[in-house]
Design a protein around this ligand. Structure first.
Ligand SMILES: *[C@@H]1O[C@H](CO)[C@@H](O)[C@H](O)[C@H]1NC(C)=O
Ligand SMILES: *[C@@H]1O[C@H](CO)[C@@H](O)[C@H](O)[C@H]1NC(C)=O
Ligand SMILES: *[C@@H]1O[C@H](CO)[C@@H](O)[C@H](O)[C@H]1NC(C)=O
Length: 402
């Protein structure tokens, strides 16, 4: 077993040095060997997974995250549960395989895409009105500030890796829709049907129940009763339209009950101070075809500046992307706020206009000190760093009203 692991890390060290030239091959090998070593370590690792619950009073009053860094390297991401496998895969790639921070984020998010974490990441989840799953992903390098993303990606499972291809093989930042699929195929990714028996059945059940609930407003026929097709309602006066400031979809409430969505991850490399961040999601169930959420938006789904720190977000993306909460949190840290205060501040900026918004933000500075804040649901995040034997999950109650 030891010699097997030794061989694995030796192979990875060799492979890592070829990353630039042999990017595709080496990354696949890194991923496979990391998953392998993860499986070897799984029986031990899972013993150490623990839940820490912070009382909300401690959370909302503390503005001091100092001293809570587990040490570097470190990986931190939204959610526990299924998502812990992603934390572990990313962390182990850093310590065992000599992966870069960017590699670690890609490996972590790809783990959730392959595992279909909670049905909210990867293929076969969150079917849109047409029963199709489309993917949003972004990856960002905190040293160069380059970011690559794909939005409403169709028929390709590997959204985070396609986002990285945008980062590495173009001078663009975002590609979208069917043409992003063409780009992915031309970069060697495989096109396949993202619908599964489960996602098809869930979509059919929704249609059979009159397409309730859905995201349509101000249309006729009444979207609370009908599947459409819809036409816009012509406003006779301004108060005849649904208020645009105060609507949290019942679909988000349903998701809150399920518990999880998007994976957003930040990786801190042990040496050289490099950091990366990324996000991957299949978006909102029953979304209107073409909808893009906060996930692939730089500064919203995640953000990182290795001089300061990084942030990952999850929640009601349609609202959150209007506030760039991760950009806000990182910039607040630059101005001197602790990670904890920066997270709370960014969430409160959304609550000011959308008191019902469901959000979760995890924030980490370049030293690995971290904090989080949530609204509308109990959020969890996972981290592993330094010499930790396993991933720790922290439960974050919603901010209390002030
Ligand atoms: C929070 O920070 C402010 C200013 O930085 C400080 O005055 C205050 O004592 C801190 N509060 C806590 C609970 O640490
Ligand atoms: C994708 O798979 C689903 C479920 O198996 C099927 O209903 C659908 O027709 C397929 N779509 C295409 C384009 O092949
Ligand atoms: C505006 O529209 C609402 C809803 O249709 C209606 O109840 C109200 O009387 C209208 N107000 C005016 C000034 O026309």
């Amino acid at each position: 077993m030891l010699s097997c692991r030794g061989l694995i890390s030796f192979a990875n060290a060799i492979l890592a040095s070829f990353i630039r030239t042999w990017y595709g091959i080496s990354l696949a090998m890194l991923f496979i060997t990391t998953m392998l070593s993860h499986r070897i370590g799984l029986s031990f690792g899972s013993l150490f997974v623990s839940i820490i619950s912070w009382p909300s009073s401690a959370l909302s009053q503390s503005n001091d995250s100092s001293g809570n860094s587990p040490g570097l390297p470190m990986v931190i991401n939204t959610w526990g549960g299924d998502f812990i496998a992603a934390t572990d895969a990313a962390f182990l790639s850093l310590v065992r395989s000599g992966a870069s921070a960017l590699d670690a984020v890609e490996i972590g998010c790809a783990t959730c895409e392959a595992n279909q974490c909670d049905g909210s990441v990867g293929y076969g989840g969150s079917p849109d009105e047409n029963c199709e799953t489309t993917l949003d992903a972004m990856i960002m390098d905190g040293t160069t500030m380059k970011s690559g993303s794909v939005a409403a990606l169709r028929r390709v499972k590997d959204a985070i890796s396609v986002a990285r291809a945008v980062l590495e093989h173009t001078t663009h930042t975002m590609l979208a829709g069917e043409l992003a699929t063409d780009f992915a195929i031309s970069n060697g990714f495989i096109a396949q049907n993202l619908t599964t028996a489960d996602s098809a059945a869930s979509c059919e059940a929704w249609r059979a129940a009159g397409c309730q609930p859905n995201y349509r407003i101000n249309v006729t026929p009444d979207p609370a009763k009908s599947c459409g097709p819809y036409s816009p309602v012509v406003a006779t006066n301004s108060s005849s339209l649904t208020s645009i400031t105060d609507r949290t979809s019942p679909l988000m409430t349903r998701r809150a009950i399920q518990g999880h969505d998007t994976i957003s991850m930040i990786a801190l490399h042990g040496s050289g101070g490099s950091m990366a961040a990324g996000t991957s999601t299949n978006g909102a169930s029953r979304k209107i075809p073409g909808r893009v959420g906060d996930g692939p938006i730089t500064g919203s789904g995640s953000y990182v500046d290795a001089d300061v720190g990084g942030c990952g977000a999850t929640g009601d993306g349609d609202i959150m992307m209007r506030f760039l909460p991760c950009y806000q949190a990182v910039e607040s840290m630059r101005q001197g706020m602790s990670p904890q205060l920066a997270a709370e501040d960014a969430v409160r900026r959304m609550l000011r206009k959308y008191p019902d918004v469901q959000s979760g933000l995890v924030v980490v500075n370049s030293k690995g000190e971290h904090g989080a804040a949530a609204s509308g649901w109990t959020f969890t995040y996972a981290y592993r760093g330094g010499s930790m034997d396993g991933t720790v999950v922290v439960s974050v109650p919603p901010l209390e009203e002030t």
